[in-house]
Design a protein around this ligand. Structure first.
Ligand SMILES: Nc1ncnc2c1ncn2[C@@H]1O[C@H](COP(=O)(O)OP(=O)(O)OP(=O)(O)O)[C@@H](O)[C@H]1O
Length: 308
């Protein structure tokens, strides 16, 4: 369990985290979502005692991280996969960490195997690809067999195979009853991995919700109908209990009736239909709408440039 209570972190004039509170429970993957600069990394660093809160506090399993005697046995984390001495081999890097953290050496072989690095364990990390470094960072996180795991943007820069691997690993760690907290700025990625979502913008909480609830509440469900007899069909559909509005680009946006029911009404009344399409807002769209006012760095829309 991870708890964040009224956490605020300022860097000079910048309020990176703003009275943020949430709890991350075991047995599920919790996604930590927010646009660039929202404060995800700062929050994670504070949980790991790498940053000091301006006010508020963070707890892991009920205590402050800095007071934990053998932290690798309690929390494993991947914050920056690049932070490894390039001259060392993967095995010696892990052995060194095992010795200094009083962990059994037998864990080294286990995590090398778990992360698919056994075959390259004696190679110098300097020659590792980004994906291999990422796996090594995860091996470090798993070394103490901890009940809590935190990953900051773990799929950044990975190829599709690496992404699927990390996704499955996170799910299996959660299925073992561990607390898994993973940050991302991609809703599409979280939709495939997370059971629960914490969404932040400009350091403040925007949503703390189950993934299924988020999908349910954010899906726009309507049917777009194009017909040369718009007004006539609109009246017929309204009489059947549908809500009908004019779609911005022409046609009718219909809710309350299925595509089949609309088609039957049209056919029964001799109305020609050119297009009949069920529309669902993507999760990405719903997420962008949710965080719209919190996006810190926004590019100009190239389509709008030069328009008057
Ligand atoms: N050490 C620091 N000194 C000054 N400002 C900082 C520092 N670390 C973070 N910030 C600022 O705090 C805000 C939050 O940054 P943070 O890296 O936590 O966001 P993030 O959600 O992890 O973003 P990203 O997805 O881009 O990694 C940003 O405005 C950032 O510029």
């Amino acid at each position: 369990m991870i708890e964040v209570h009224e956490l605020t972190k300022r860097y000079g004039p910048v309020k990176a985290v703003d009275r943020l509170s949430f709890a991350i429970r075991p047995g599920q993957v919790t996604g930590f979502l927010g646009p660039n600069g929202a404060g995800k990394s700062t929050t994670m660093r504070t949980i790991l005692g790498l940053d000091t809160p301006t006010s508020g506090r963070t707890l892991v399993n009920g205590v402050a991280y800095r007071t934990i005697d053998k932290p690798l046995r309690v929390v494993g984390s991947l914050l920056d996969a690049g932070a490894v001495h390039g001259g060392r081999s993967a095995r010696s890097h892990l052995e060194c960490l095992a010795v200094t953290n009083d962990l059994p050496r037998s864990r080294v072989g286990k995590v090398l195997e778990q992360t698919g690095l056994s075959g390259v364990a004696r190679k110098r990390v300097r020659g590792f690809s980004l994906g291999m470094r990422q796996r090594l960072g995860i091996a470090v996180a798993l070394l103490g067999d901890p009940p809590i795991l935190m990953f900051d943007e773990p799929v950044n820069g990975l190829d599709p195979e690496g992404i699927v691997w990390i996704r499955n690993l996170m799910k299996s760690l959660a299925a073992e009853g561990r607390t898994v907290f993973v940050s991302s700025h991609l809703m599409s990625e979280m939709a495939l991995t997370a059971d629960h979502l914490i969404v932040i913008g400009r350091g403040a909480l925007i949503a703390d919700t189950g993934m299924a609830d988020f999908i349910q509440s954010s899906s726009l469900n309507d049917v777009l109908v194009r017909t040369p007899q718009s007004r006539y069909l609109a009246d017929l559909l309204t009489a059947k209990g549908a809500q009908v509005i004019a779609a911005p680009d022409g046609g009718l946006a219909v809710t309350g009736l299925t595509t089949e029911a609309i088609s039957q009404v049209a056919a029964a009344n001799g109305v020609e239909v050119y297009e009949l399409a069920r529309r669902q807002a993507s999760l990405e769209e719903a997420y962008m709408k949710l965080t719209d006012t919190s996006v810190q760095y926004r590019a100009t829309d190239p389509g709008k440039r030069g328009r008057r």
